[in-house]
Design a protein around this ligand. Structure first.
Ligand code: ATP
Ligand code: MG
Length: 334
């Protein structure tokens, strides 16, 4: 197993990141056998596809590292680093950008979502973002890439790019990475709009539960979360066409380790006035211990910075090796 996954330092981590990504990273890390390796990186190169304040980006990078460590990523067992410290990511992205086809990128739905109405005004980086993402995983010849459901399309693209590169140059340089999307990882929705995913870059802080929110904030956000006037249904089928209700029930089920039907077996027929405080209890119980570790870590930033610097050194050992092979395959005079 060679596991690679990343997360952008574009704001504070939220429940969607935790349930869709980080929780699975920790489970995978804890299940590593001798000879397996896991690389977890903070995607600062990806972050600047949208405008970032430099001081904020630096602070966010440190905070995300702390949040990952608080959630259970152990820099002694996993390779934890920030992407910009390993220049091979950008170098390989250039080469793979010459392998990927424009038609492939035109099909990527995330670009359409993130560029919105002003497509002409979006950065070139936002458009080629999936190529950099392909480079991120292929650089370490990943076998497994834990991603949330929203990133599945990009991983498919990485496989297409790897296949074409191998074929074009007659090499078997890149193994095809497998997406690892645990069935228990829902795509968590915005608390304000069941049609949008919970996102760090959503301008409304009310749309998400941050891993760093206090108990009061969590309770208030859930109390004000958008719902419909109907009581909860008795079974999962009754959530059809009710995205906000479905979202809250799925969050509850995922955190408590129950099925949606089991949760509805208890709360079906009751209103949200009863369900929301129960949901808040479950969310608070899960996030509170992490919250404390996070605060402790941020009180010693030098520990975080050292872990990131050491992680980058270890990541570069593999990155340099892959790039040596890539340069040779492509025919670069170096
Ligand atoms: P941004 O809005 O800046 O894109 P993001 O919230 O989408 O931020 P990313 O850093 O892009 O977060 O993604 C990190 C990881 O979290 C990815 O594996 C992604 O699949 C997962 N993820 C992000 N949002 C959700 C969500 N709402 N539900 C489940 N998984 C999610
Ligand atoms: Mg995202």
């Amino acid at each position: 197993m060679r596991i690679v996954s990343g997360i952008q330092p574009t704001g504070s981590l939220h429940l969607g990141n935790y349930l869709g990504a980080i929780r699975n990273w920790v489970l995978m890390q804890d299940a590593l056998n001798a000879g397996d390796q896991a690389w977890f990186f903070i995607a600062d190169l990806h972050a600047i596809t949208l405008r970032q304040e430099p001081a904020e980006l630096r602070q966010n990078t440190r905070e995300i590292a702390a949040a990952l460590m608080a959630a259970g990523i152990d820099p002694a067992r996993s390779i934890l680093f920030n992407q910009a410290r390993v220049p091979e990511h950008a170098e390989l992205a250039w080469v793979l950008g010459c392998t990927a086809r424009i038609g492939w990128l035109n099909r990527m739905t995330q670009f359409k979502e993130k560029s919105g109405k002003d497509r002409e005004g979006a950065s070139v980086g936002l458009y080629t973002y999936p190529v950099l993402q392909a480079a991120d995983v292929l650089l370490y010849r990943a076998s497994h890439v834990p991603v949330g459901d929203d990133q599945k399309q990009h991983l498919e693209l990485a496989r297409d790019i790897a296949t074409k590169f191998n074929t074009d140059y007659g090499v078997e340089l890149f193994p095809l990475p497998e997406p690892t999307i645990p069935p228990s990882s829902p795509r968590v929705r915005s608390l304000r709009d069941g049609g949008a995913k919970m996102s760090k870059s959503d301008p409304s802080d009310q749309s998400r539960i941050n891993l760093t929110d206090s108990e009061d904030e969590i309770r208030n956000k859930l109390k004000r979360a958008k719902t419909d006037p109907e009581p909860l249904p008795e079974t999962a089928a009754g959530l059809e066409g009710r995205p906000e209700a479905r979202n809250l029930v799925e969050i509850y089920a995922t955190l408590s380790g129950e099925s949606v039907d089991a949760v509805l077996g208890r709360f079906g027929g009751h209103g949200f006035g009863q369900f929301k405080p129960a949901l808040a209890d479950v969310v608070v119980a899960h996030l509170a211990p992490m919250n404390q570790r996070f605060r402790d870590l941020l009180a010693s930033p030098e520990l975080i910075d050292r872990a990131l610097a050491e992680g980058a050194e270890r990541a570069r050992e593999t990155a340099r090796e892959t790039m040596r092979d890539v340069r040779k395959a492509v025919g670069f005079f170096a």
